[in-house]
Design a binder for this molecule. Structure first.
Ligand code: ANZ
Ligand code: ZN
Length: 947
């Protein structure tokens, strides 16, 4: 029996494929559709780790499958080669960053080649090559010319350890630097910045059309953080100054009880002469400067601030004067840096108002719509004020309810308010009338006012009831006789607290009542509702009131974004030089196109200067140049570009990597863009993916890219963890070295194992399992030997299994469920070992294996008499008749209603049917992106989904 000698098999085919240029991709192949499959290009850190394998080798399965389907597939690879680690190695070990980087790339290339992936190496790029960064610079200049790049003094994130500026994205939520771990400081510096915020709306709105997982879309939306709201002006009394506030809730304008400025707000300085507590104010401003933004946002639980004593703002709706504070919970660089505070309806304002004893004025009340008894169209609307009284007997803790005789209702004591009765007086009167109890003590107001809307059948009107709910306790059980009229309406009953349920009680505000029975803490009501205490706007709903109030006070509807412009200056050596020149008379001037690239010069000392300047500022010969505009002496920009600029367009360069005239030929771009499949790490959801989308959109507007969205489909793949389930890291000693695994088991085994580890399109974390890889190896050994089981014809049972496998593997390949494709092949292999298979069918088995284990499949193919490479064969087709098991039609219920039917095999597992059901189009429509709370499969009968 021939053994499975992975070493010789893999070495042999690697050579032959390379010689035959099997994976070289041309731009046009007649009769074939182009398909661009992309994986994020790696940083050349030194050695390939398992994550690289998971990224490239497993995506290669998909790329290979597409190509076997008859598509002209481009699967390129290159290096994102600028960046800090090279420079840190230089500083630490005295290495040259260029040499370090290129050496690493060599190592990684040979490792990548061992993977057996169908890379087109002729298109390899490295972002640190002058031929590449020439075009990074050129594109930067194009953006500059389009007004999308500016130099501005900005408050930047300064990393005191790496001595460099960081993008917001490189600062972790706890305020430390992602890379160095240092506590990031704020510093004012002149920086080049790219105006990504100009594209904020399109970056959000265009997401809708992309076939991305919802999670990724949501993450991008949240990152951009669009808030729709308005800017309103508050005059400062006795001055000409205006405070412009940004608010998402103009409907709460009548509830403003003070105004807050960020301590850095420029008005603070302008008003300082007017305030009577100058010192306290200045001290507070100083203290704030020392805090960092993150700390202010999340860290400080206790609100702080200082009043600008003597300064008052005028509410544009009421003309009332309210005090003005500075407080660090208002951020200088969000919105307008000023807030109209509405403590009744905003949590932060509420906390602040409580601490500083400021008034809390309610202007929006909660609105309840009784769904079981809604307004009837055409009926009159009648508004009433009412009370709901809960009566508790402290002796046994029971509550009094009324069972209505003519209606199927149970309620607490309820009644209307008469004249200008207070809720308490009205409640006591109603209690006496309806129950006869005389001695009660008000414990607290549980809620109110709130508005409930229902159809009052007994009065034939649509009721709009504004109600207050009060809790009383019996002081004693003394009780008078009640009138006949009342006793005909209902009977009284004392019930346990547990019997007060939504199904029993006729109050739509019950959840709120129960909630406030349980807790004593008051909170701001932050949702939309119905306006009260708001003059002419009373009774309007929030959304409508927003517009009307903005119009009334002459405000402007406006959106604010959390997204900041993209600061791209880095005070570091190993990056793309910013192609700008500073001239004393012309200002900032881009380098002339003919002089590009601005070559990164050699220096001997890579340490940044302590003044924050890049090490390039030490290359004085290089730095001194002539102004391209006026020809006088000038100096080059010495900062380098954030590496996210390099990676914002690399996928375009793959399409024309050798072009020395243009960054890429537009005709070539048209042939391949947009990218149908882009796989990457979830850490790039909000950085690289957003930057690249922006970049591509800007190029599209400049007619430099044929499409406005570069990535039609995106996959964030999972992580391979150490055997202990933790993230692989040197310090934990749980790193699996893929080279060792390849040496021992072979590349195909590593591929098969990783493909088998879990569904590729579901971001999970999969621990490396040493037994698992042995199992993968055993499977390959076995399938490799099916040539020992050749019979004249394929027995029927094997034939059936084979055709089912073709169908399943084909489906799974597209769905990226390589794991279940492999289990199907395992079943098939067992069947073959039991019953044999014909030679020609055995060849089909090799084909099914070929995307997953390309070396093994090629060798097996040859053993079975295959002529050409298996990788240029056409993918096998299945015979539908041989694949059908008994199929069942299963109805799918969503929240109790049958909404769809699906056809499935009779022996389907719950897991499988869940997948099929939840990806069914008509089911998806009903679920509409909501969480699936429960999924039940009654085998052979029914699927029930609860959302
Ligand atoms: C009045 C108001 C009433 C507000 C109310 C909210 C609720 P998002 O949704 O996160 O965009 N705000 C505005 N600028 C701010 C700043 N620079 N720093 C801190 N807070 C700021 O939040 C918008 C809301 O946050 C705005 O709407 C404003 O408070 C506050 F019942 O205005 B609001
Ligand atoms: Zn000049």
């Amino acid at each position: 029996m021939e053994g499975y000698d992975h070493k010789s098999i893999e070495a042999k085919w690697k050579k032959i494929w390379e010689k035959n240029e099997l994976y070289k991709t041309s731009d046009d192949v007649s009769g074939k559709e182009n398909e661009y499959v992309l994986v994020e290009f790696p940083y050349p850190s030194g050695d390939l780790h398992v994550g690289h394998w998971y990224a490239f080798a497993i995506t290669d399965i998909f790329a290979r499958y597409q190509s076997l389907q008859g598509k002209n597939v481009l699967f390129p690879v290159g290096f994102d080669a600028f960046g800090l680690p090279a420079e840190n190695a230089a500083i630490k070990h005295g290495l040259n960053p260029r040499e370090w980087t290129y050496k690493n790339m060599e190592t990684m290339k040979s490792q990548l080649k061992s993977m057996g992936a169908s890379f087109d190496w002729s298109r390899e790029i490295a972002s640190c090559d002058p031929e590449y960064y020439k075009w990074t610079q050129w594109l930067f200049i194009k953006l500059y010319e389009a007004g999308l790049v500016e130099k501005k003094i900005s408050l930047v994130n300064w990393d005191p350890v790496d001595k460099t500026v960081l993008a917001n994205e490189q600062v972790l939520p706890d305020g430390t630097a992602e890379r160095s771990g240092a506590l990031v400081e704020k510093k004012e510096m002149e920086q080049w910045s790219i105006k990504i915020t100009k594209y904020a709306d399109r970056l959000i709105d265009d997401l809708d059309a992309l076939e991305w997982p919802n999670q990724i879309k949501e993450a991008q939306k949240n990152w951009i953080g669009r808030s729709k709201g308005a800017e309103l002006d508050f005059k400062i009394a006795d001055t000409d100054h205006l405070i412009k506030v940004f608010t998402t809730r103009p409907d709460t304008l009548f509830g403003v009880t003070y105004v807050v400025l960020a301590p850095e707000h420029k008005l603070v300085e302008e008003l300082i002469s007017k305030v009577s507590n100058k010192e306290a104010v200045q001290e507070y401003v100083e203290t704030t400067k020392r805090k960092i933004e993150r700390e202010r946002l999340i860290g400080a639980s206790e609100k702080t601030g200082v009043a600008l004593e003597g300064v008052f703002a005028i509410n544009p709706a009421t003309n009332e004067q309210v005090p003005v504070y500075i407080a660090d919970y208002v951020l200088a660089n969000y919105g307008t840096g000023a807030v109209m505070a509405v403590p009744a309806h905003d949590e932060r304002d509420f906390e602040f108002a409580q601490k500083f004893g400021l008034p809390i004025k309610e202007v929006v009340i909660q609105r309840f719509i009784d769904k079981s008894n809604p307004h009837v169209e055409g009926k009159d609307i009648s508004a009433r004020n009412g009370v709901i009284a809960l009566i508790k007997n402290p002796k046994d803790g029971k509550f009094l309810v009324l069972n209505w005789k003519k209606q199927p209702w149970t309620t607490f004591v309820i009644g209307g308010m008469e004249g200008d009765e207070s809720p308490e007086v009205a409640a006591l009167r109603e209690i006496y009338e309806e129950t006869g109890y005389k001695n009660l003590k008000l414990i607290k107001t549980l809620c109110g006012p709130v508005q409930s809307e229902f159809f009052a059948a007994h009065k034939d009107v649509n009721r709009v009831l504004k109600s207050w709910t009060l809790l009383f306790e019996l002081e004693n059980e003394e009780q008078d006789q009640i009138s006949d009229v009342e006793s005909e309406k209902h009977t009284l009953e004392w019930v346990d607290f547990s019997e007060i349920t939504e199904s029993r009680m006729q109050h739509s505000e019950l959840p709120l009542i129960l909630e406030s029975l349980k807790t004593d803490s008051k909170k701001a009501f932050t949702e939309n509702g119905v306006l009260i205490n708001s003059g002419e706007f009373d009774g309007l709903q929030s959304e409508e009131a927003k517009e009307k109030i903005v119009a009334k006070v002459g405000g402007q509807i406006k959106s604010t974004y959390r997204l900041r412009d993209w600061t791209v200056s880095r005070q570091r050596y190993w990056g793309c030089p910013i192609p700008m020149i500073n001239c004393a008379s012309c200002g900032s001037v881009p380098e002339a196109e003919k002089n590009l690239p601005v070559i990164l010069p050699e220096v001997s000392d890579y340490l940044p200067r302590d003044d924050g300047k890049s090490p390039l500022a030490k290359a004085t010969d290089w730095m001194h140049t002539k102004c391209p505009k006026c020809g006088s002496d000038a100096e080059r920009e010495t900062d380098t570009l954030d590496t996210f600029v390099d990676s914002s367009w690399y996928y375009l360069r793959y399409l024309d990597p050798k072009n020395s005239e243009q960054f890429a030929d537009q005709e070539k771009l048209k042939k391949w863009m947009p990218i149908n499949f882009y796989s990457g790490g979830s850490e790039h959801t909000t950085m690289h993916l957003l930057f690249a989308r922006f970049f591509n959109k800007a190029l599209f507007d400049l007619k430099l890219s044929p499409v406005s969205e570069p990535f039609k489909y995106r996959l964030n793949r999972g992580l391979i963890a150490g055997t202990d389930g933790n993230k692989m890291s040197k310090s934990k000693g749980n790193v699996i070295n893929p080279d060792e695994q390849v040496e021992k088991f072979g590349a195909d085994t590593v591929r098969t194992y990783l493909a088998f580890i879990g569904p590729y399109n579901e971001p999970g974390s999969y621990p490396w399992d040493p037994n698992g890889i042995v199992g993968a190896r055993r499977f390959l050994e076995r399938i490799f030997q099916i040539d020992q089981k050749i019979s004249d014809t394929t027995p029927d049972s094997v034939k059936k299994t084979l055709h089912k496998a073709i169908k399943k593997v084909s489906d799974d390949m597209l769905r990226l469920k390589f794991n279940t494709a492999i289990s199907e092949l395992m079943i098939l292999t067992n069947e073959i070992f039991k019953n044999g298979i014909s030679q020609s069918d055995a060849k089909i088995v090799a084909q099914l294996l070929s995307p997953i284990a390309p070396f093994t499949a090629e060798e097996l193919w040859q053993k079975l008499g295959g002529e050409n490479s298996i990788h240029v064969e056409k993918w096998p087709l299945f015979d539908q008749n041989l694949t059908v098991d008994e199929e069942l039609i299963i109805p799918v219920q969503i929240n109790g209603k049958v909404r769809a039917q699906i056809n499935v095999k009779n022996d389907i597992s719950e897991e499988e049917i869940r997948e099929i059901a939840l990806s069914d189009e008509s089911v998806k429509k009903w679920i509409d992106g909501q969480d699936v709370k429960k999924f039940i499969y009654i085998p052979g009968k029914l699927v029930s989904v609860v959302i």
